[in-house]
Design a protein around this ligand. Structure first.
Ligand SMILES: Nc1ncnc2c1ncn2[C@@H]1O[C@H](COP(=O)(O)OP(=O)(O)OP(=O)(O)O)[C@@H](O)[C@H]1O
Ligand SMILES: [Mg+2]
Length: 338
């Protein structure tokens, strides 16, 4: 059965997920659902907590990290449970791929063997069956001439091909959810586009849900149906890509759109968000975005706006949101991508 037909039912639920390093809180209570088969984007500037959210959920943070909250997979609690439960989930039901292939591919093992080992661990495949499945996966992710290249080492592949190899490894466990953390940032634009197409195609073919973490709003709009915008360790806006791109309401989201470089040379229209993401050690009082926000009022510097539900599954944490605008952000993005 196509897993997409079950879309809408919850696969992963994060509740009040918090992370602190050395007594400094960097994640302040994330609530997030991923439905079966859906593609969810997570965007925000560097240091907002996108990676930490999923590393915490999958138990991949170093021991010094203080993690609390609930992480449920199909209703089963993973947080605080035995290591063995998380280990069987990781790479099995949930796979994660990272920006840097070297963090997941072992440089001294031939790639065929690495995929065969993943198949043994997650699907108990051995011998010829494992080899045949590894070749099928390599073919699926678009590694040309897979049979001949089966016994090569990672350094014998290009950056884009290494990214494909990592995706093949991730698919070895037939995951229900693939978390792709900035999978294309290190690649040139053409290869980037190919990897995005691959992620879109694989999701269609396998029905797995995807969490796509990216700085690139254009890429998010291609891959995802829904998007969460993070700022300083919190979700500040959430909604379907169609709604949120048509009318971003949080001034931070609006700022992200305005900061997209434009290909038509309209430099004057590229407006970077002033200032930088605050140091988690010294978060401003009130709304964390208020010191950078063109719409901030006195109240915004005193109290922190809660994330409230609006219509159509949208959520927003802002006391003075952007009114719906005539020139929609979706057009801005379309023009930037044209
Ligand atoms: N291992 C760690 N030890 C201490 N602090 C950490 C560690 N990992 C992340 N942080 C801090 O947690 C915060 C969130 O980091 P995170 O890596 O989630 O950001 P991000 O949104 O993924 O950014 P980027 O877009 O640059 O990948 C940052 O302030 C970062 O410095
Ligand atoms: Mg990151």
């Amino acid at each position: 059965m196509d897993k997409n037909s079950a879309a809408g039912s919850r696969l992963v639920e994060l509740r009040d997920l918090r992370v602190a390093f050395d007594g400094v809180q960097v994640l302040h209570g994330i609530n997030l659902d991923v439905a079966k088969g859906e593609a969810l984007g997570l965007v925000g500037e560097s240091g907002c907590g996108k990676s930490v959210t999923w590393l915490a959920a999958l138990g991949l943070l170093p021991g010094k990290a203080m993690v609390s909250g609930s992480v449920k997979l199909d209703g089963q609690e993973l947080a605080g449970g035995p290591r063995s439960v998380l280990e069987s989930v990781r790479g099995g039901r949930i796979a994660m791929i990272f920006q840097d292939p070297s963090s997941s591919l072992n440089p001294v093992l031939r790639i065929g063997r690495q995929i065969v080992e993943a198949l043994a661990v997650h699907r108990s495949l051995r011998g010829e069956a494992a080899r045949a499945e590894a070749l099928r996966l390599l073919d699926m992710v678009g590694i040309p001439d897979a049979r001949r290249r089966f016994d090569l080492y990672p350094h014998e592949f290009s950056g884009g091909q290494c990214q494909r190899l990592m995706i093949a490894m991730a698919l070895a466990g037939e995951p229900d959810l693939l978390v792709a953390d900035e999978p294309t940032t290190a690649l040139d634009a053409t290869i980037q586009a190919q990897i995005l197409d691959l992620l879109i195609r694989l999701r269609k073919e396998t029905g797995m849900a995807t969490v796509f973490i990216s700085h690139d709003l254009g890429a998010v709009s291609q891959v995802c149906e829904r998007v969460c915008v993070m700022y300083a360790g919190r979700i500040v806006e959430e909604g379907s890509v169609a709604d949120l791109f048509a009318a971003p309401r949080h001034p931070y989201t609006r700022g992200l759109f305005d900061a997209i470089p434009r290909l038509d040379g309209g430099r004057e229209r590229l407006i970077p968000i002033p200032g930088t993401v605050p140091n988690p050690k010294h978060l401003p009082k009130g709304c964390s975005f208020s010191p950078r926000c063109p719409r901030a009022e006195d109240g915004c510097r005193e109290a922190r706006p809660p994330l409230l539900a609006l219509d159509n599954g949208r959520k927003l944490a802002c006391f003075n949101p952007v009114p719906p605008v005539a020139k929609t952000a979706v057009r801005i993005v379309e023009e930037a991508l044209a």
